[in-house]
Design a protein around this ligand. Structure first.
Ligand SMILES: NC(=O)c1ccc[n+]([C@@H]2O[C@H](COP(=O)([O-])OP(=O)(O)OC[C@H]3O[C@@H](n4cnc5c(N)ncnc54)[C@H](O)[C@@H]3O)[C@@H](O)[C@H]2O)c1
Length: 383
């Protein structure tokens, strides 16, 4: 029986959340040719105008409330690029309205909320891709392939150093800085990495322990202080430019997210991982080390390279490096490949590589890690 689809079908697509990410991924979607952006929703009129201009949308409809967008309803796919604390409700409403989704991470900021997203996806049969772009980046995909081929023997251990130089720029000058909005930076930022670790381990995280702190950001400044209005704006090391969309003071009282986290994970199959995320490093990088019984793979995001070393000599010896070609979009080529996978999955009525179940598992690890930090590093298996 024909599904009525064609390989060149272009999906009428709406964007919820006209911020940095929503605009960027919608632009990618438009340029890729399988999606036509036909409407946007965002409470902020200036952001709607900016995004429509970037996308060349002219007079196409715009809504301040996504519920009005859903009432209009003349589209098949929704890109949800709104802040984390509304993902759950918006995803559920969109799926119940019959829409397929590109849902940005984290899928929800509570475990129960994440379960509701998964339940709705199962109930409605909608296709949902979660914004886990690293899975699609050729560098990560190659590392996964090499491990599956047995290049380093049996995978036993994973180490991650995640340095976030842009911590102040992206995470502490706006809504990102509070637990109430994100569930914590181990969900907001770390869920990408927990997804990679879960995927590579190929098992469920059985035990999670973590320590962490807030060493640099937050403080006693008033919540309504912004960089352009601040007396210290010419000397403050964290000052944002006046025209930045993120100008709230990084040292304001309401900042409660941690800026430094060390997490340890034991998986059901015995694989172990350690994940370190710091938001005040001078450099921006993800460095992954995958260790197996016969060697190790070092993935260096900033270099854009894999270094593969095996134990077939008395000394560790670099046996191969891998540099992916054709990095045609953001996140090491992950953005465009995620969009391709979503279009194909909708057409074939399947689920993409990173769906809601992966989204739920990633937030489970992040939430348990934050809970372990609250309990002074106690190992936890469940809430
Ligand atoms: N997959 C990735 O690599 C990646 C990268 C960056 C951001 N993100 C995700 O994208 C999301 C947005 O992040 P951002 O950095 O673009 O933030 P942002 O603040 O730049 O954009 C958020 C936008 O949502 C709008 N908004 C606020 N409340 C809304 C609501 N109730 N309904 C609709 N829109 C609403 C804001 O006005 C703003 O335009 C986050 O969930 C983040 O985790 C993913």
């Amino acid at each position: 029986m024909s599904c009525g689809c064609s390989a060149t079908k272009v999906y009428r697509t709406a964007l919820i959340g006209c911020g940095m990410r929503g605009t960027c991924i919608a632009l990618n979607a438009k340029n890729f040719g399988r999606y036509e952006i036909v409407a946007v929703a965002d409470p902020d009129a200036a952001n709607r105008t900016h995004t429509k201009k970037e996308l060349g949308m002219g007079e196409l409809p715009e809504y301040s409330d996504y519920k009005e967008l859903l009432k209009w309803g003349q589209f098949e796919v929704v890109i949800i690029g709104s802040p984390d604390f509304v993902h759950e409700t918006q995803a559920i409403d969109c799926m119940n309205a019959g829409k397929h989704l590109l849902l940005e991470k984290p899928i929800a900021i509570s475990y129960d909320g994440g379960k509701r997203v998964v339940e709705t996806a199962l109930k409605t049969g909608r296709t949902v891709a979660v914004g886990f772009v690293l899975r699609y980046a050729p560098l990560y995909a190659k590392a996964k392939q090499l491990i599956e081929q047995g290049t380093i023997g049996k995978l036993t251990t994973m180490w991650v150093l995640h340095s976030v130089a842009s911590g102040s720029d992206w995470y502490f000058h706006d809504w990102h800085a509070s637990f109430a909005n994100t569930g914590g930076l181990l969900l907001q930022k770390g869920s990408h990495d927990f997804d990679i670790l879960n995927w590579f381990a190929g098992a469920q995280a059985r035990q999670i322990s973590a320590i962490g702190s807030r060493d640099v950001f937050g403080g006693d400044e008033p919540n309504d202080l912004t960089c352009p209005k601040c007396d210290k704006r010419f000397t403050c090391p964290e000052r944002m430019n006046d025209d930045s969309p993120r100008v709230q003071c990084a040292f304001r009282k309401e900042v409660d997210c941690l800026d430094n986290h060390l997490v340890q994970i034991v998986y059901d199959n015995g694989v172990k991982a350690s994940y370190n995320e710091c938001h005040y490093t001078p450099d921006d990088n993800r460095e992954y080390v995958f260790i197996g019984t016969k060697g190790k793979i070092v993935l260096n995001d900033a270099d854009g390279k894999l270094y593969i070393k095996t134990r077939n000599t008395a000394m560790y010896k670099e046996s191969m490096t891998f540099t992916p070609g054709n990095i045609d979009s953001g996140h090491g080529g992950g953005d465009s490949r995620l969009l391709v996978d979503l279009a194909n999955a909708i057409e074939q009525q399947t689920q993409p590589l990173a769906g809601v179940q992966a989204g739920l598992e990633a937030i489970r690890v992040g939430l348990l890690a934050h809970e372990s930090i609250r309990q002074n590093g106690k190992p936890l298996s469940s809430f």
